[in-house]
Design a protein around this ligand. Structure first.
Ligand code: ADP
Ligand code: MG
Length: 281
């Protein structure tokens, strides 16, 4: 039976990826990454490394290649140039990576509960043919508690607010015991309170040494809440502290005429990029 064989291959693939990690090695190393779609080049010559526990915001205008970069790191897309290594391995199926795509790409009518979705995060740990044990459900319960969704465990996923949906995906990543979490525009369409909840969870993750890469279109949030900022517009225009990277010269190179730079007491304020992947802002 072909499907059975496919599933077995996937399980073997996942278990092969498990290996001891070196504490001092960078968790992620990308070298000359590039990706060309049929429509043209989306990403070119992106080289960077991340240490364990760092929190990186990837910013840039619409179409800059942010989603493409996250998908390559997640192993969803294969780069056409260069390579990315997670603890020295190529990313495909690597068990320690959790990828949370833009919410608009999810089929919310799928008849599963919040707890079911979070248990899906355990599949990589369990292997596809083993039933969840009590200890797996304990991890699901703990993950629900961390993100404050215990009371909604049995609810169908379409009946969640935007903020609750985002927290559910974070819980799934927690249940997966991911060491690298990739989140594509997790704050888009969320109200300020829900955004704060996401950051509270990210702060907890930092204490556990989880490395986080988030794509954003809000430069101020990127500057205020992240250790490092990457400014992207097909090529990487800079990576490092927000002061170093989000300078007027780089911002103009990334956003061109779509950006207005306003001097304020706190420094230069960049206004103008209101684009948002799911069209909710
Ligand atoms: P961002 O997330 O920064 O908005 P994307 O990574 O989604 O940017 O897209 C980068 C570029 O690649 C854009 O020009 C976009 O139109 C193009 N692109 C994205 N996905 C595809 C695809 N599946 N096929 C062809 N072109 C694509
Ligand atoms: Mg995108």
């Amino acid at each position: 039976m072909v499907l059975y064989e496919e599933l077995q291959k996937t399980t073997q693939h996942l278990s092969r990826q498990r290996h001891p990690h070196q504490a001092d090695a960078p968790i992620l190393r990308a070298e000359n990454l590039g990706l060309r779609y049929e429509s043209g080049i989306a990403l070119e010559d992106v080289t960077f490394a991340l240490k364990i526990g760092e929190r990186l915001a990837v910013v840039g205008p619409n179409g800059a290649g942010k989603s493409t970069l996250l998908k390559i790191i997640a192993g969803v897309l294969t780069p056409t140039e260069g390579q990315v290594h997670i603890y020295g391995n190529v990313p495909g199926g690597h068990i320690c990576i959790a990828y949370v795509s833009q919410r608009s790409l999810v089929d919310w009518s799928f008849p599963v509960t919040v707890a079911d979705v979070i248990m899906m995060g355990r599949v990589g740990q369990l292997g596809l043919f083993r039933n969840p044990k009590a200890s797996d459900w304990d991890i699901v319960d703990q993950s629900l508690e961390i993100v404050g969704l215990t009371h909604l465990a049995k609810r169908q996923i379409s009946q969640l607010s935007g903020g609750q949906q985002q927290r559910m995906f974070i819980a799934r990543a927690l249940a997966q015991e991911a060491e690298l979490m990739l989140m594509d525009e997790p704050l888009s369409g969320l109200d300020v309170k829900s955004q704060e909840e996401v950051f509270r969870i990210l702060d907890d993750l930092r204490e556990d040494g989880v490395t986080v890469i988030v794509s954003l279109h809000d430069l101020k949030t990127a500057a205020q809440r992240f250790d490092q900022v990457m400014l992207l517009n097909q090529r990487m225009l800079g990576i490092g502290t927000s002061e170093g990277v989000l300078n007027p010269e780089n911002l103009l190179a990334a956003y061109g005429g779509h950006l207005h730079l306003v001097p304020t007491e706190e420094g230069t304020l960049a206004l103008g990029d209101t684009c948002c992947g799911d069209g909710q802002e």
